[in-house]
Design a protein around this ligand. Structure first.
Ligand code: LLP
Length: 422
């Protein structure tokens, strides 16, 4: 069986296990659909980042949007990480999980005044500002509170990350960041505003990047700017190189995090910037292969053109296939005597786009538990209640410990905020 990604996922005595825990059993105990994460797999994905940055001033800011479960945030907070957030909601989660506001960077193109005020009052480490219009508003909000907002400008280096157009962010046509050509003028403006304190520079070129080259191109462009900005007497304490490192869903071969960082450090040193503090914002590469989505086979439907394997998880539980036509591995968690056949694995939602995998070779029968692999990132965080389906439960395993870290949503939860007309 081809199990991409995590050494924590293995077949033991014919049963698929995550960090030694029998996934079929977990599915039966906690019901399906069920997300299961391994805390040790997350920590082991973090280790190469930390290893590569030993001896350097640095902060690894976990990108909360990848998986924002409180227990996940707690895991990274306890490991010394900071956090990359994009909303006041994410800030509240980080604080509830024991994260340190002084290690939080606040990204995103559309921060509201209320969100800015909350983040300023919490004392976040830095705002990654994405436009001059945002800069003016942030200065105003900060000055109104008698504060100065620590700021990095997110620059758009105009490099092609070679990834899916929906998750590529560093090209001129994207809505993200300040255009490279305008960056210097924007820094001058930032330095002149009463409510702003310039502290760094930031860039993030996309997600699921599987090559080192786009990172080096972006870095060179950022370093050019750093030199131009500092030549004007504006000091940049840190450089935030974003996240985006890809994982193996099937046959991708992304560089290891430590290899990527070593290549970046070599370029940074060669250009004489080795003293600068470095920030990273990884999401997917820390959690993607640390989680699976378990789902039970409900019905098999054989057809002239297609065979459908209808499971109890759907696009509302895991949107990546429907939204990006993303490939995610699907395996039966236990052996079966059924013949192997080709199946489209689909959910109960009333849309043809509701599929988890197409043309998959699987031996299945109703009642079997399937695992959708690499589902630890952008799985639960993108889940919805479409078709009035409660969101899945989440379980975290850690050594012998099994913890329900999110209860299954009940139907009455789904419409408790709604009202009939009086
Ligand atoms: N920093 C910023 C500013 C970001 O926008 C993102 C992701 C990250 C860091 C983390 O990137 P990562 O290391 O996870 O690649 N829903 C899509 C991915 C969207 C990524 C959005 N931004 C998916 O399921 O593939």
């Amino acid at each position: 069986m081809n199990l991409p990604g995590s050494p924590f996922l293995a077949v033991q005595d014919g049963r698929l296990c995550l960090d030694g825990h029998d996934l079929t059993q977990l599915a039966h105990q906690h019901a399906t659909p069920l997300y299961v994460y391994s805390r040790q797999a997350m920590l082991s994905a973090l280790a190469p980042y930390q290893r590569a940055l030993v001896g350097r001033a640095h902060l690894v800011c976990y990108a909360v949007k990848a998986n924002s479960n409180l227990a996940v945030l707690q895991t990274f907070a306890q490991a010394g990480c900071g956090f990359d957030i994009v909303s006041a909601g994410e800030l509240a989660r980080v604080l509830a999980a024991g994260g340190d506001a002084a290690k939080v960077v606040f990204s995103g193109v559309g921060k509201s005044r209320a969100e800015m005020a909350q983040a300023l009052q919490a004392g976040v480490r830095c705002f990654n500002v994405e436009s001059t219009a945002e800069l003016e508003v942030l200065s105003d909000v900060a000055a109104g509170l008698g504060l100065r907002a620590p700021v990095s400008l997110r620059v758009n280096p105009d490099v092609d990350a070679g990834t899916h157009p929906y998750i590529s962010t560093g090209l001129k046509g994207n809505k993200f960041g300040v255009a490279h050509e305008q960056a210097l003028a924007s820094y001058r403006r930032a330095a002149s505003l009463p409510g702003i304190r310039v502290v760094g520079i930031d860039c993030h070129i996309g997600s699921q990047i599987t090559e080192v080259a786009p990172y080096l191109d972006a870095l060179d462009r950022v370093l050019d700017l750093v030199e131009a900005i500092e030549a004007e007497g504006i000091t940049l304490h840190h450089m935030d190189l974003g996240g985006g490192l890809g994982i193996t869903y099937t046959d991708e071969t992304p560089p290891a995090a430590d290899a990527l960082i070593a290549a970046l450090l070599a370029r940074i040193d060669a250009r004489g910037h080795g003293h600068r503090e470095l920030l990273f914002e990884p999401g997917r590469s820390l959690v993607g292969n640390a989680g699976v989505l378990l789902t039970e086979v409900m019905y098999l439907k054989r057809g002239e053109h297609k065979n459908f394997c209808i499971v109890d998880a759907a696009m509302n539980d895991l949107m990546r296939p429907a939204l990006y036509e993303a490939y995610m591995g699907i395996v039966n968690t236990q052996g079966t005597d059924e013949p192997t056949d080709t199946w489209d694995v689909v959910g109960p939602v009333c849309e043809s786009g509701d599929w988890l995998g197409r043309d998959r070779s699987l031996a299945v029968k109703p009642g079997d538990v399937l695992a959708v692999l690499s589902a630890g990132a952008y799985g639960m965080t993108m889940a919805s209640n479409y078709n009035t389906r409660g969101r899945a439960a989440e379980v975290m395993v850690d050594g012998a410990q099994v913890s329900v870290v999110r209860e299954r949503e009940r139907v009455e939860d789904l419409f408790k905020m709604e009202r009939l007309m009086g």
